[in-house]
Design a protein around this ligand. Structure first.
Ligand code: AP5
Ligand code: MG
Length: 210
């Protein structure tokens, strides 16, 4: 069970990834989460993230390569936010080929620009990893995490001035990947405009049908 989860910023990749890995017992591999950890001690990474630009392919590819060498990925894995350029996808193909690993499906969570902006602007996160939306998926107590009671904050790259740049970067550098994966026959379009649980049901249905 090896999957790729794609979609524009704010589509719901992280939200669905949590549910998928919990249900199927596979490893969640989010390059965004890895870089948010790395930026605490790496000024260059921090600059890329906070300006909404992609981290250079070479850095991303090396980081993923190292991660895929760990033993736990044998349980199966879900890539969230990687690959994000055609070059990254080609490098991933090489890595997987050399390890004789196959991807079973590429799920594309399809949401339009306006919805992505709404979802991003209302997102609030906790340092424990939990994530909410002020209107769509609100915490029980405003501003507090349901899991650990921690303070909810806005991700620094969710500020209005960065969001547009992230969406521009997506259009130019990541959208071409749709055609790349359509050609492989692995591409599965998921209607991301539905509710969190409906989107999950649709992905689950595909996984269980395999
Ligand atoms: P990354 O962390 O991957 O960010 P992203 O792709 O911009 O996606 P997001 O995490 O913003 O959105 P999501 O799709 O996970 O949505 P979520 O589930 O949170 O990357 C961050 C940065 O790291 C990049 O900008 C780049 O600098 C760097 N980076 C990462 N990977 C890289 C790579 N491969 N190469 C180069 N650089 C890389 O949901 C969003 C909101 O919507 C939440 O509030 C949620 O509660 C709500 N929501 C979710 N589902 C629904 C629903 N169905 N209905 C209503 N609301 C919903
Ligand atoms: Mg995410």
């Amino acid at each position: 069970m090896n999957y790729i989860l794609m979609g524009p910023p704010g589509a719901g990749k992280g939200t669905q990834a949590k549910k998928i890995v919990e249900k199927f017992g596979i490893v969640h591999l989010s390059t965004g989460d890895m870089f948010r950890e790395a930026k605490k001690s790496d000024e260059d990474i921090r600059k890329f993230l906070e300006s909404g630009q992609l981290v250079p392919d070479e850095i991303v590819v090396n980081m993923v390569k190292k991660r895929l060498e760990k033993d736990d990925i044998k349980k199966g894995f879900l890539l969230d936010g990687f690959p994000r350029t055609v070059n990254q996808a080609q490098e991933l193909d090489k890595m997987l080929k050399s390890e004789n690993i196959k991807i079973d499906a590429v799920f594309f969570i399809d949401v339009h620009f306006e919805e992505a902006v709404k979802r991003i602007s209302g997102r609030r996160v906790c340092s424990c990893g939990a994530s909410y939306h002020v209107n769509f998926i609100p915490p029980k107590v405003k501003g507090k995490c349901d899991v650990c009671n921690g303070e909810l904050i806005q991700r620094s790259d969710d500020k209005e001035n960065v969001v547009k740049d992230r969406l521009d970067v997506y259009e130019k550098q990541t959208r071409p990947l749709i055609d790349y994966y359509k050609k492989t026959g692995l591409f599965v379009n998921i209607d991301g405009l539905k509710s969190e649980s409906e989107v999950f049901e649709e992905i689950k249905k595909h996984i269980e049908a395999k």
